[in-house]
Design a protein around this ligand. Structure first.
Ligand code: NAI
Ligand code: 13P
Length: 332
């Protein structure tokens, strides 16, 4: 039985811990709070993030990263994108030199504009073939309940991607492999921003034509950015692109969509933040780094710019929407 460390016991880290244990691994989770580790060890659940979900007995937890990482063959990084660097810096001396890393994060680091696998490579000094990313339409609650879902495991080392595919395969969770790490990470980060704009539109009372327009044009601008950064266009038509975009833009379980809805109803950023139960809505910060990345790459991302303006420049959603509709006409 392989021993896998999951660093982060939030909603997705916990759901992924359950998947890995159901697929046959021994899973040790790192939790920030003692109560979370106790809850997992004593009650086999994580009541703060996934109330009612029973975790397999092969899942245990600790707040001590040394204990969690001791003997681990793989380490899953399940902390928010903007905190990953600082967390990993604390753990780097505890990683075995040949350890495999799997990033679950869906964001772009602010300031550096790095994808999260690039942050991992820089901080841990690992070659890119040792770093994989997992991304797809995977709302944590549904996966934890055992509802059927698929995902993508991307790694430049195809043999490693195939090994991870096995390690994550269960009767309800079906991973596909891909070698397009850039496309999977860009798709995962941009869909959160498009989910914010879909939520804003919904909060403003707009209907399904608007939502479908935002999803489709959101996919167009995400693909434009990804391709400019070296990704494959086909990745954006797959699970880590369109698949995740649809799930996140339409689901009431999405933190990003819900956050946007509150903004669209007129709440401030602070009010919307209060309602997240301490969970991350990655798009709020990543919209800034994605706008900067798009400028650097020379591609237009009007919807992402709109979200940035509403979230961080005091933009009024109605005025921003009117301006978007008045953009010059163009071929599709
Ligand atoms: N929840 C979901 O349905 C999915 C989430 N993801 C991605 O997985 C990553 C992790 O997300 P979740 O587990 O959902 O997040 P979460 O907000 O539910 O949990 C974050 C975890 O990171 C820990 N953490 C460590 N350092 C932290 C810090 N400085 N600030 C805040 N939290 C800190 C928290 O204690 C918590 O255990 C994100 O990038 C997210 O976009 C990806 C797919 C599905
Ligand atoms: O990434 C997700 C689904 O694939 C989760 O989305 P939220 O972070 O918006 O909840």
């Amino acid at each position: 039985m392989a021993r896998i460390a999951v660093m982060g016991a939030g909603s997705w880290g916990t759901a992924v811990g359950k998947v890995l244990a159901d697929a046959g691994s021994e899973v040790v989770m790192w939790a920030r709070r003692e109560e979370a580790a106790d809850d997992i060890n004593t009650n086999h659940c994580n009541g703060k993030y996934l109330p009612g979900v029973v975790l397999p007995s092969a899942v245990s937890a600790s707040t001590d990263p040394a204990q969690v990482l001791d003997g681990a063959e793989e380490v899953v990084l399940a902390v928010p994108s903007q905190t990953l660097r600082a967390n990993l810096e604390n753990w780097v001396d505890l990683l075995a030199p040949n350890i495999g890393v799997i990033s679950l994060a869906k964001g772009i680091e602010t300031g550096t504009l790095m994808r999260i696998s690039e942050v991992v490579a820089e901080v841990a000094g690992l070659p890119e073939g040792q770093i994989a990313v997992l991304s797809g339409p995977n709302l944590a609650r549904e996966v934890a309940e055992g509802q059927p879902a698929a995902t993508v495991i991307a790694c430049t080392d195809a043999a490693r991607a195939a090994r991870l595919q096995d390690a994550f395969s269960t009767r309800y969770f079906r991973p596909y492999t891909n070698n397009d790490v850039v496309g999977c990470e860009i798709g995962g980060a941009t869909k959160n921003v498009i989910a914010l704009v879909c939520g804003i539109a919904s909060g403003m009372g707009l209907g399904d034509n608007t939502a479908a327009t935002l999803v489709t044009r959101g996919l167009a601008e995400s693909t434009r950015l990804g391709v400019a950064l070296g990704a494959s266009q086909t990745t954006f038509a797959g699970l880590a692109g369109l698949g995740d975009l649809v799930a996140t833009c339409t689901s009431p379980l999405s933190r990003n969509r819900t956050f946007g809805e509150r903004l669209g109803r007129g709440e401030t950023l602070e009010q919307a933040q209060e309602a997240t139960n301490g969970q991350v809505a990655e798009g709020v910060k990543s919209c800034t780094s994605i706008v900067e990345l798009s400028h650097r790459a020379g591609v237009e991302m009007p919807l992402t710019e709109a979200v940035h303006e509403i979230c961080h420049e005091g933009g009024n959603a109605v005025e921003v929407a009117v301006r978007l509709m008045r953009r010059s006409t163009k071929p599709e």
